[in-house]
Write a protein that binds this ligand. Structure first.
Ligand code: SAH
Ligand code: F3S
Length: 481
């Protein structure tokens, strides 16, 4: 994940980022843009793979596309507004080229179902996150001039056997999805409604995909799920049905720590990351596994959302402030020098100044390396939308957000300053955005490191001595040439 610390940047980079396909040689052209979380970027790679079998090559130029797909995000209202604007601008082009078809995938497709198609007439095709295998049929329907919708959520679908087409790839880092859906039902969150119930992917197919990536020259893999710590493979099926499984299936079940170990052993030269961890599900087994294997990065993205136990309970997060501190203490003890980042929400219903100060003091205790911070956005149908009043005025939400962003900036700078004089192992990802003469890569703790180019190449692991920093970046010099 990019090292972003405020909502504006997140809107520009995380939600507004586009993935453009490489130019293909196939007869029909597909253009796809992804918004929102890493899972959406990963899903677009599955979609491109499924459609490549239907003769769809890929283009970076939407003006020449036969099929334009938007893989969408519903997490906050702003994310949906961004997509709506984009759909409106696509429709202007479609007015001139009516043969061009437009489809919406992902969370907005699932949330709004046929509304974007029937009422708003913005799209020809609507496909939810579990229905991508049906795309070949659905595309035939729209080619025949009919509208097509499939938003059925599945109990089994993990796309385990689909070999993703790597999109917009740097050839060094890749995502591999390990679970789909989420059972946690945080009261503010739309994901359980748009991505369905939680299920895990067969570990053998995960290991094979990682080995394939290693063979193809990739050096880092991020295992993806809404709640990776909850990973549980017992032969297939929903997590909630585990209790009904046979004794034999239960006895051989694979938990997240076991999966991490399998991957670490299968690709010992590869860096392994994972996202996202959930405090209520993170086990000490996972922490010990990270500590035991040098190729599992010392970095945990551990969203907390609030520092107030009262608000955490209203959010249904399954832990209180003290339990989170205990977990952080165990992380710091078991994995010394572990990078830790967070997600935080300001202005959840009923949040007082006292609750907000508890958030600030929790941040002081943890001293996160970085964070993704948002103000609360009410999402239709969630428990919070149905049962609680969105009663914190926007200007107060925004002021509190500014305060936590400022504090995080200060902590990010302090954490980075602690690295000055130290040597980091850096995996080079590419040329620095700011200077052609510098490489950028990441440390095991997921901090961006920039240093002058020598005769290295992307994908190399190098030792860099840190001599300066900003809140977002470590600056240094290679010392192992
Ligand atoms: N477990 C998921 C969380 C997805 S949502 C993962 O893999 O990251 C990412 C973050 O968006 C959440 O951690 C939360 O901080 C924020 N978020 C979710 N719903 C929100 C809402 N209604 N308003 C504001 N922020 C929200
Ligand atoms: Fe959302 Fe909570 Fe799951 S934030 S994705 S319901 S862990």
């Amino acid at each position: 994940m990019a090292n972003l610390v405020n909502e504006k940047e997140i809107n520009e980079s995380r939600q507004g980022e586009t993935v453009l396909l490489e130019d293909g040689i196939n007869e029909k052209k597909l253009y796809i843009e992804s918004y929102g979380c890493q899972m959406n970027f990963s899903d677009s790679e599955i979609v491109a793979s499924i459609l490549s079998k239907e003769g769809y090559g890929t283009t970076r130029n939407m003006e020449e596309a036969d099929l334009v797909l938007l893989n969408t995000c519903s997490i906050r209202d702003k994310a949906e507004q961004t997509v709506r604007k984009r759909l409106t601008s696509f429709n202007k082009i479609k007015n001139e080229r009516p043969e061009m078809k437009i489809g919406v995938l992902g969370c907005m497709a699932e949330r709004l179902k046929s509304k974007l198609l029937d009422e708003e007439k913005l799209v020809d095709l609507v496909v939810g996150p579990d229905a991508y295998r049906d795309l070949p049929n659905l595309v035939k329907e729209i080619d025949a001039g009919r509208k097509a919708v499939n938003v059925i959520l599945s109990k089994e679908e993990t796309y385990a056997d689909v070999n993703p087409v790597r999109l917009g790839s740097n050839g060094v880092t890749a995502f591999v999805s390990i679970t789909r859906g989420c059972d946690n039902m945080c009261t503010f969150c739309v994901v359980p409604f748009t991505r369905g119930r939680e299920r895990s992917r067969n570990p053998e197919t995960i290991v094979e995909e990682c080995q394939q990536l290693w063979t193809n020259g990739y050096k880092e893999v991020t295992l993806l799920g809404q709640n990776v710590d909850s990973y549980l493979w017992y032969g297939g099926g929903l997590k909630k049905d585990f209790e009904k499984a046979s004794e034999a299936a239960k006895a051989t079940a694979v938990h997240f720590a076991g999966l991490l170990e399998k991957v670490a052993l299968a690709v010992p030269g590869m860096r392994i990351r994972f996202s996202t961890s959930n405090p209520q599900d993170m086990s000490d087994d996972v922490l010990h596994t990270i500590a035991r294997y040098g190729n599992i990065c010392n970095y945990i993205h551990l969203p907390v959302q609030s520092g107030s136990s009262r608000i955490l309970e209203l959010m249904n997060r399954g832990h209180n402030r003290q339990e989170y501190f205990d977990l952080i203490d165990r992380v710091k003890k078991i994995i010394p020098d572990c990078g830790i980042s967070h997600d935080m929400i300001t202005g959840f219903p009923t949040e007082t100044e006292e609750d907000h100060r508890e958030t600030l003091s929790l941040m002081e205790y943890v001293k996160y390396d970085f964070g993704y911070m948002f103000y609360y956005s009410e999402r239709p149908n969630t428990y919070a939308a149905r049962k609680m009043e969105d009663d914190v005025p926007l200007e107060i939400k925004k002021r509190r957000l500014t305060e936590i962003i400022d504090l995080q900036q200060q902590h990010s700078l302090e954490r980075n300053q602690e690295q000055i004089g130290k040597v980091e192992e850096v995996l080079i990802e590419g040329t620095s955005k700011k200077s052609e003469d510098d490489w950028f890569g990441r440390s095991t703790r997921n901090t961006v490191v920039v240093f002058p180019k020598g005769n290295e190449k992307p994908g190399d692991f190098v030792k860099v001595k840190i001599h300066d920093c900003t809140a977002a970046t470590l600056l240094g010099e290679r010392i192992d040439e």
